[in-house]
Design a protein. Structure first.
Length: 434
């Protein structure tokens, strides 16, 4: 494996594309190149690796295939062009509380204040284009990919049917048209790319493992047009956060209780109680929809008929602000406890995970869209939609993957919240720790 510093070199880009990759070179070059691409993609450094743009698609596609292979049993070698903070000296400790990675000030007003032109991302692990054209449900569980939207493809912007299908009562404005929602999630690249016809860009500092993209500012209005308040309200009535809670990882995966410091054992019920109490706010942050704050809720009989619909936007904003304040208090309270990494302990992503909904003209139900996005990006459910341990093992430190508990050991080490927990106030939750 080549040293990570090679990944940041742009002086070799030209020669890399014209000399190293000529047909007829030995197979070892292909293996070495694929390994480097795997590391660059996995560690989200592809966009800061200039020579990668000279690599033929077959090498990139081979790297993507290897990353998505369920048989992958290792974490690729670190590939980070920029300096990163040193890891904890304890290989088995998670660098910080599960509540620490968040900074929810960014979510205010649906993130419309973010205009950094350097944003870029990987929408799906590996970054290959994903096709969900005409997809009505995700029951197949497959991740279809194709070549029609790979890097270099030019989309011809045209007015989507969503504009004419928009809810009444919205003021029209001269904003750029989206591309057609053709069911394609383009390969992420430097600058921006299309995700179901909406141009997106990278969230630079998103917590690793979570979706790292957001709509460019000009596309926010089009997502407002795609948002159907009554349908979203009906989805909320199904309480999808309860399903996320029920299907969560419910045991320790890497450690047994006999391995854990007593302070952490004492803190676990408090963390689990917090997760249970704020499960809706977790889910909303992981499925961030761009509600239209200017929607006229008196514009149609359907909008007027749903009690409380007009308060949906402000209610979420207020609850998320409270959630963030409580999380910060929890962080302070647990700052003296070394919380080790376990997938059953929910992480608060630093930035909201934007949910790019489909063009309403396609008539794809919102529950079906939710099933699809949760299948493609399983971290949105804190691994509740996982098919195997690989969903979180690919993100875990390599030292932990070597000490994975057996099924029997996991059953002996459950993660159980306090059965008497019925507290709405953080003060009551924290009292359980004392």
């Amino acid at each position: 494996m080549f040293a990570p510093t090679f990944g940041s070199s742009c002086s070799t880009a030209s020669s890399f594309g014209t000399r190293w990759l000529k047909p007829g070179r030995t197979k070892c070059y292909m293996i070495a190149l694929t390994e480097m691409l795997i590391s660059a993609i996995y560690w989200e450094a592809l966009y800061r690796t200039p020579w990668a743009s000279f690599v033929p698609d077959q090498y990139y596609e081979k790297a993507v295939k290897d990353i998505l292979d369920p048989a992958l049993d290792r974490v690729p070698e670190s590939w980070e062009p920029l300096p990163i903070p040193p890891r904890s000296k304890s290989p088995s400790s998670y660098s910080g509380s599960p509540f620490r990675p968040s900074s929810s000030e960014e979510e205010e007003e649906d993130g419309e204040s973010k205009t950094d032109p350097t944003f870029h991302s990987k929408a799906v692990v590996g970054g290959g284009s994903v096709h969900t054209r005409g997809q009505k449900s995700s029951s197949s569980g497959k991740r279809p990919r194709g070549s029609s939207a790979l890097s270099g493809t030019t989309k011809t912007p045209k007015l989507s049917a969503q504009s004419s299908a928009g809810q009444t009562g919205r003021a029209k404005s001269n904003i750029p048209d989206p591309a057609e929602d053709d069911g394609v999630i383009e390969r992420p690249r430097r600058g921006s790319w299309f995700h179901y016809g909406i141009r997106v860009q990278e969230l630079l500092h998103q917590t690793i493992g979570f979706p790292r993209y957001m709509p460019v500012k000009a596309m926010m209005k089009h997502l407002h047009l795609r948002w159907r308040a009554p349908e979203y309200w009906r989805l909320l009535q199904t309480t999808p956060w309860d399903l996320m809670w029920q299907n969560r990882v419910q045991t320790l995966v890497f450690f047994q209780y006999s391995d854990i410091h007593p302070d952490m054992i004492q803190a676990l019920p408090t963390i689990l109680n917090f997760m249970s109490r704020w499960r809706r706010e977790y889910w909303e942050r992981l499925h961030w929809v761009t509600m239209d704050p200017a929607l006229d809720y008196q514009a149609s009989a359907e909008l007027r008929s749903i009690s409380g619909l007009a308060d949906l936007y402000q209610d979420r904003k207020d609850r998320c602000s409270t959630f963030d304040a409580k999380r910060k208090e929890m962080m302070v309270e647990l700052s003296k406890v070394n919380i080790w990494y376990e997938p059953g302990l929910w992480v608060v992503p630093r930035d909201p995970c934007y949910w790019i909904t489909r063009d309403p003209a396609l008539n794809i139900s919102l529950p079906s869209q939710l099933a699809t996005v949760d299948e493609l990006e399983r971290s949105r459910t804190q691994w509740a939609t996982r098919r195997s341990d690989n969903a979180f093992l690919n993100l875990a430190p390599v030292e932990l993957t070597r000490q994975l508990l057996s099924d029997q050991e996991r059953m002996q080490n459950p993660l159980i919240p306090d059965p008497s927990f019925a507290h709405d106030d953080l003060e009551d939750v924290l009292a359980a720790l004392l």
